[in-house]
Each structure stands twice: as C-alpha cells, then as structure tokens.
Design a protein around this ligand. Structure first.
Ligand code: AMP
Ligand code: MG
Length: 344
C-alpha cells in the first residue's frame, strides 16, 4: 500500500482520544480492487455506519460502470467506438469522460486514457498482474504509430465517436480519483465533517482527526517503509503513481503498468510521484501524467495542470520536491542530501 494512513503514534493518540475526544469509527473493506479504509470522526454510530454502507455501494457501482475490461457501460462504448459508430454516451460515463478528455489534453497527452490497446498488449488490463514476456516490439510500434489520444474522441450533444480505430478507453489512471472526489462530496452532504478515505494509498481527507490534523505517511517506493510524513488539510487529496504497484520482471528488467504513450513502453526515470491537490480526480490524472513525463519534464506538466505540491522519486533514489511540498513533508530517516527542491 502506498500511503500508510495510520501512523503508530496517531493510532495511540486516537485510542486515548476515544475517552476524551470525539468518537472515531474505523472501517475497512475491499472495493475498486483495493483495500479501502474509512475513518469517520465525530459522527454518531448510525451516521458513520450509513457512510460506510454508502461508500461501499458507490465504489462498487463506479467500479462496474467505469471498468474497461469487465462487461459494462465502458466495454460497450469501446466496442461501439471501435466499430466506428456514433453512440450516446451512457449517463454513468458522461462527466468522467469529458473530464478525462480535458485533463488528458491539458497534460499534453501524457495522461492518456485512450491507450487501452497498449495497456492490454502489455497484459496490464487483467486483474492478475502479467508475468511476461513483454510484447513484440513491432506490435508496440504499430499501436504507437496510430497515436490514439483523447483529441480523437469526439464528445458532442451527449454522443461519442472516435476518429481512430486504435482508440480504446481505459480509465485505470483516473477512475479512483473521480470516485473519491464524488464520494467525499456525497459523504459531506450526508452530514459528515471529519473523515479520511484511503483507497489503497490514494486518499481524501475532510476536517481533522479530533483535535489533531490528519497525518499520513508516503510509502518509500524503494523499500516497504515510510519515506515521509505529512499533514493533510481539510478537503485535500493525496495521490501517488508508482512503478512498484503492478509490474513483472523479465530477463532481469522490470516492466511496470504506467505506459508512456510516446514510446509504448513503461515510462522511465521515476519510481513514484505523489501529488497533493484539492481535487482527487485531478490528483489521480496528475500523478500519472507527471510519472510519464519523467525526471526532467514533470515540472512543466505540473505547471500545465496547475499542480504545485509534488514529490517525485527518481530511479536513482534522488528525491525531487516542489518548494510548497518541501515545506510540508517531514522525511523519515535521513535522505536530506538526496532531496532537491525544484521550482515547478
Ligand atoms: P495510476 O496508478 O493512476 O498511475 O494508473 C495506472 C493505470 O492507468 C494502468 O494500470 C493502466 O490501466 C492505465 N495507464 C497506463 N499508462 C497510462 C497513461 N499514460 N495514461 C493514462 N492511463 C494509463
Ligand atoms: Mg492516476
């Protein structure tokens, strides 16, 4: 898991807080193919339980609606687009597709949800992580040459068509962020003022944990420990893309699941990118786009996406942070000499 939500000290404080401070309700369940942890503070038990039930049901629904490979609205849309048809966009896909298109173009096409065929060619579409071998270079080249991208997805009057047969939608880099964004608004509408919703290390926070702020750990992409800790403010989202999440090794090389649309191969140069944003959907798209951009270019893409709080870990172990992120993170251990502050 990328971000270890409950630090040992925080857990201890929460325990003592139970007697004096507001009630803390903690739930964990599987949804969206990952472990989801919901911590609700200061609500009565009925409201907290209703929030858990709502969160689990909504995440299941979106996982179904936005899944690119298991039969549902998106697979049907992909089939129609692939056949060259102009079709109504199912209601469940309308906001997420136009938002994904907008952010993809804003990222210069590095966050590119139109490369479903490349993702499938690498085998990263399956629930099981593939074991290799990597695909034939000619097959990768052929798909890259067709340049599927979101500019080729025409969305007009509630209808969609594709200008390229190679375009196949995969919302894997964006669905969780969209889901957490919508869900946190819905939980707030239910009257919740303080919660942390952590889905496999990507999270949104509202309010505080009683008298203390929400405090989380960012996973070290190299080991299994915590690289840094930070306080998450009311309404913020923290998203990470990393090469350690889904990958296989073949003949001594690691091939991971974040594909550079320009080469068709796993993006190189970075091991992880963590961003803090006020919008979880933007955070999810941005973490992927900056990861693809790599060690030289990520500041340009961060600027294009208006994301100012970024922590990137290079394959060399060097840590790159923006000035505003640098003010917020506390590194665990002593990576001091390896940290560089980069203006976005
Ligand atoms: P994330 O962990 O949010 O960076 O998303 C990675 C997932 O998004 C992969 O498992 C693919 O399904 C998909 N994906 C891979 N490369 C890209 C890319 N360049 N743009 C958009 N989606 C991608
Ligand atoms: Mg993402």
């Amino acid at each position: 898991m990328r971000i270890l939500a409950a630090m040992a000290t925080a857990a201890l404080l929460a325990l003592t807080g139970c007697q004096r401070g507001p009630a803390v309700h903690e739930y964990s369940f599987f949804a969206f193919g990952t472990l989801v942890e919901l911590t609700v503070v200061g609500a009565n038990p009925e409201t907290a339980e209703a929030a858990r039930a709502h969160a689990a049901a909504r995440l299941d629904q979106w996982h179904h609606d936005w899944h690119a490979w298991q039969p549902g609205p998106l697979t049907r849309l992909n089939a129609a687009l692939g056949a060259g048809e102009t079709v109504p966009v199912p209601e469940a896909l309308q906001p997420i597709l136009s938002e994904a298109r907008r952010l993809s173009l804003q990222s210069g096409g590095l966050f590119n949800p139109a490369i479903g065929k490349l993702v499938a060619l690498w085998g990263f579409h399956a629930d099981e992580v593939p074991s290799g071998p990597p695909p034939e270079p000619t097959a990768v080249r052929e798909l890259v040459a067709q340049d599927p991208n979101m500019a080729d997805l025409v969305l007009e009057d509630g209808r969609a068509r594709s200008n390229k047969p190679a375009l196949q939608l995969d919302l894997g880099a964006f669905a969780k962020g969209s889901a957490l964004q919508s869900l946190s608004a819905e939980l707030a509408d239910m009257g919740l003022e303080h919660f942390l919703l952590n889905a496999g290390g990507d999270l949104v926070a509202l309010g505080t944990r009683g008298e203390r702020p929400w405090r989380i750990g960012i996973r070290d992409p190299v080991g299994t420990g915590v690289l840094a800790e930070l306080v998450v403010d009311d309404g913020e989202a923290v998203f990470t893309s990393g090469d350690y999440e889904r990958y296989f090794e073949w003949e001594g090389k690691r091939y991971h699941h974040i594909i550079d649309p320009r080469t068709g191969y796993p993006a190189r140069g970075l091991r992880s990118v963590t961003v803090i944003t006020r919008d979880a959907a933007l955070g999810d798209a941005a973490a992927t786009a900056l990861f693809v951009a790599g060690p030289e270019d990520w500041p340009n893409v961060a600027r294009a996406l208006n994301v100012s709080e970024v922590l990137a870990v290079e394959t060399s172990g060097e840590i790159l942070v923006t000035p505003s992120m640098n003010q917020r993170v506390q590194f665990v251990g002593e990576p001091g000499p390896h940290v560089q502050v980069i203006e976005p």
